[in-house]
Unconditional design. Structure first.
Length: 203
């Protein structure tokens, strides 16, 4: 049974994953300029309207301008969302985390709160759109930590690999997941895409 969304906001921390290598962009994604700030500041300014505890997971940064949140180093030196989520679960003071990436400029408060509102007692609550899961717009409870760490130890780093060992609830498509021609889960992989979105994409 889904819980009250305000209760879920109190039960969850938000973890922003910002430790990727950004090889396709050729520079650090998190601090790439975007709409008068940076990509990660855009994400941070959105999630701080929902969560009172926010952690940035990164082994690349010590401080980030405009982001007033603790920066936590990855628990192991592997470039993987699973490692970032596990690190967030280890350091958060809450029973679970809501994981997002630093390069998701279309994040919205409404979409985040919608996913929170769908959560029950499952270990993971995750959108599934067009047959694909969205692991970086999802809830992970602390019960995911032990299986995550076992998989990391085996170098099995796909988030979906944890599904056989936990309970998961898929959240179906909803209008709040759409921002014009983009999904709120859309991330930025190239400087050209970043420029296109900044000049012509939805605000």
């Amino acid at each position: 049974m889904a819980k009250d969304v305000n209760t879920m906001c109190m039960d969850m921390a938000c973890v922003i994953l910002a430790g990727g290598r950004s090889t396709r962009m050729g520079r650090d994604k998190a601090t790439a300029a975007f709409c008068g700030g940076t990509l990660i500041k855009r994400v941070y300014d959105t999630v701080k309207d929902v969560f009172s505890e926010i952690l940035v997971i990164s082994s690349l940064h010590d401080t980030i301008d405009g982001v007033d949140a603790p920066i936590v180093k990855d628990v192991v030196p592997l470039q993987s969302p699973m490692v970032g989520i596990a690190t967030g679960l280890m350091h958060s003071q809450r029973p679970g985390v809501f994981a997002v990436a630093c390069d998701m400029p279309f994040l919205s408060v409404d979409a985040i709160r919608y996913v929170l509102a769908q959560a029950g007692n499952e270990d993971i609550t995750i959108p599934k759109i067009g047959g694909y899961y969205e692991p970086l717009h999802a809830i992970y409870r602390r019960t995911c930590l032990a299986p995550f760490l076992r998989l990391i130890d085996l170098n099995l780093l796909k988030v979906a690999g944890v599904f056989p060992y936990v309970t998961a609830k898929a959240v179906d498509d909803h209008p709040c997941f759409h921002a014009g021609d983009f999904l709120v889960f859309s991330n930025i992989n190239t400087l050209e895409a970043l420029e296109m979105i900044e000049t012509g994409g939805p605000r």
